[in-house]
Design a protein around this ligand. Structure first.
Ligand SMILES: O=C(CO)[C@@H](O)[C@H](O)[C@H](O)[C@H](O)COP(=O)(O)O
Ligand SMILES: [Zn+2]
Length: 191
C-alpha cells in the first residue's frame, strides 16, 4: 500500500465512523445532563485514562476548570492521571492497577462524577477505580470502544465508539468530550 492509500484509508475510516455517531446523540445528551446536574449540586468530576486517554482526561478537566467557550465560573474537575507524584507513589507502593482506585478512595464523595476513558474498556486500573467509585457512591461514566469491555458493562452511563481501531476511537472520544463540554456549559449557564 502506498502512502496516499494509507492516508486515504484512515480518512475514510474516520469519516465512516463519524457518520455512525448520530446514534449516540441521546446518550451524549443524557450524560451532559447528569454531569451538569452533579456540578449544580456542588459535586466534582474525577477523570482518568491511560496514554492518549490520559491526555483526553486532562483535556476535559482543563475545559471544565478553565472554560470551554463561555465566560463563567470554574467547574470542579480533577484529572487523576495528571498528578505525577501521586501516580508514581501509588504505583510504586501499591502497583499500577491501583493508581486511580487509591485516588478515588481519597477524593470521591457521594454524588461525584467518576469519568473513565479506555479504548478497550479493559484497562485494569480504570475498572478498579470504577469499583471503588461505586463503593463511595459516585456516579460512573465511561467512554470506550470495540465492545465496550468490562468498563462499559459496569458503569452507570456509557458511550461505546463502534470501531476496533484505537486511534479512530480516540478521535471520536475527543469529539464527544468537546460536545459534552459545550452542553454542560450551556446547561450550567442558561439552565
Ligand atoms: O494513544 C494511544 C494509541 O493511539 C496509546 O497511548 C494508548 O492510549 C495506550 O496504549 C493505552 O494504554 C491504551 O489503553 P486503553 O485505551 O485500552 O485503556
Ligand atoms: Zn493515540
Amino acid at each position: 500500500m502506498d502512502t496516499y492509500d494509507i492516508i486515504s484509508r484512515q480518512l475514510k475510516e474516520h469519516r465512516q465512523l463519524l457518520d455512525q455517531m448520530e446514534q449516540l446523540i441521546p446518550t451524549i445528551a443524557t450524560i451532559a445532563d447528569v454531569i451538569a446536574g452533579a456540578l449544580r449540586h456542588k459535586h466534582k468530576v474525577l477523570l482518568m485514562g491511560n496514554g492518549g486517554s490520559a491526555s483526553d482526561a486532562m483535556h476535559m478537566a482543563g475545559e471544565l476548570l478553565g472554560r470551554f467557550l463561555l465566560e463563567r465560573h470554574s467547574y470542579p474537575a480533577i484529572a487523576l492521571c495528571a498528578d505525577n507524584a501521586a501516580m508514581t507513589a501509588i504505583a510504586n507502593d501499591y502497583g499500577y492497577e491501583n493508581v486511580f482506585r487509591r485516588q478515588v478512595e481519597g477524593l470521591c464523595q457521594g454524588g461525584d462524577i467518576v469519568f473513565g476513558i479506555s479504548t478497550s474498556g479493559n484497562s485494569p486500573n480504570v475498572i478498579s477505580a470504577m469499583e471503588e467509585a461505586h463503593r463511595k457512591g459516585g456516579v460512573t461514566i465511561s467512554l470506550s470502544g470495540r465492545d465496550g469491555g468490562k468498563l462499559a458493562a459496569m458503569t452507570h452511563h456509557s458511550i461505546i465508539i463502534p470501531s476496533p481501531h484505537t486511534p479512530r476511537i480516540q478521535e471520536m472520544h475527543i469529539m464527544v468530550i468537546h460536545i459534552l463540554c459545550d452542553l454542560i456549559e450551556k446547561r450550567m449557564e442558561f439552565g
